[in-house]
Structure formats: structure tokens, C-alpha cells
Design a protein around this ligand. Structure first.
Ligand code: NI
Length: 185
């Protein structure tokens, strides 16, 4: 089932999400719905707060990204209860966007290497180091489960440039190819 995506301004996007237990209600169905919702919106990642749930769950599929400079093979994964172990390296700029913030894109600096610990969909503990675009997409989704949006990382000049657009989105004045759920609606 395709779920509505919570738009910029929704309080759930600013909450630090909680770890979940294996008996979380309807988790397999939720994961299926998140994949369907992400692909329907042509996204490469989707975090549970974006469908209104303040839990530490996100999905990513970077296999879809066709980038000649890609440093690693694309991955398709479910991340539950993810926690950063380490980030390192000289931060690099990459243009990010977000399904909750349509029509806004901008360069964000993040470290190139990420070591992450998480549970897979079978609640098995995983730990791995990610680089390049894989690390980037995970860092963006990880921010969502910590209540952080990529626009908060933009440089001050760019932040001023997108301020009006963000206010429009908050008020529901934006069009997208997928269903958005605006605050108060
Ligand atoms: Ni996002």
C-alpha cells in the first residue's frame, strides 16, 4: 500500500525516533509499504518518520543511482535500530533532495566513510562500513531517524534562498507526483 509522505513542517520529522522490538505491530507489512511508497515517489531512501512513525527504521536502494563516479556497488537494504559507530574522512559535497521537501535540492557536506551497526529485517545484528553514495544515502536517512532534515545542513546563503520555498511547503503550497501529508491537513 502506498502511504502518504509527511511533508516539511510535520512535527514527526523533527522527533528523535525510538528503537523498536521484533514484535512491533505489522512490521513486515510496514516494510513492504515503505518500499512501495519509496519507489512510487522515485526515491532512493525512505525513513519511517516520513510516513508518520517515529521509529528507527529506514530503507534504501542505491542500485537505482546511475553515477559514473560511484565508488561502490549499489545496495538495497532495510535498516532497523541503526546507530552510527564512526564517521571519518574529509567531508565532501553532494547534492541532496528529500521526498518530504519537494522542489528543494542543495549541496550538503558529509564525511565519506560511515561505519554503522543495525538490525536487518530478521533482527540479526549487522555492522559494516559504507563509502561514497551508499554512505551518503544512509547518512541522509539516518538523519531522519534523529529528527534532522538535510536543509538544516545547507550553507547560510543557500538556506536563505530556500526559506520561502520551505514556508510554501509547510503551508501545503507545493505539487508532487506522489501524495503528501501536510501539517494540519
Ligand atoms: Ni529525506
Amino acid at each position: 500500500m502506498i502511504l502518504p509522505i509527511y511533508a516539511y513542517g510535520q512535527p514527526v520529522l523533527k522527533q528523535v525516533a525510538k528503537d523498536i522490538e521484533p514484535d512491533y505491530p505489522n512490521l513486515p507489512e510496514l516494510i513492504v509499504d515503505m518500499w512501495e511508497t519509496m519507489y512510487n515517489a522515485s526515491g532512493v531512501g525512505l525513513a519511517a518518520p516520513q510516513v508518520g512513525l517515529s521509529i528507527r527504521l529506514f530503507v534504501i536502494d542505491t542500485i537505482q543511482i546511475k553515477d559514473e563516479d560511484k565508488k561502490a556497488e549499489g545496495i538495497k537494504r532495510v535498516f532497523i535500530n541503526a546507530h552510527k559507530v564512526e564517521e571519518k574522512g574529509e567531508p565532501w559535497a553532494y547534492e541532496e533532495g528529500c521526498l518530504s521537501i519537494p522542489e528543494v535540492r542543495g549541496d550538503v557536506d558529509r564525511p565519506p566513510t560511515l561505519r554503522l551497526r543495525w538490525l536487518d529485517e530478521n533482527f540479526q545484528t549487522q555492522e559494516e562500513t559504507f563509502i561514497g553514495v551508499n554512505a551518503r544515502v544512509i547518512q541522509h536517512e539516518y538523519d531522519h531517524i534523529d529528527g534532522v532534515l538535510f536543509v538544516e545542513h545547507l550553507k547560510p546563503v543557500k538556506k536563505r534562498l530556500v526559506r520561502r520555498k520551505l514556508e510554501d511547503i509547510r503551508k501545503g503550497k507545493v505539487k508532487a507526483e506522489y501524495k503528501l501529508k501536510f501539517i494540519g491537513k
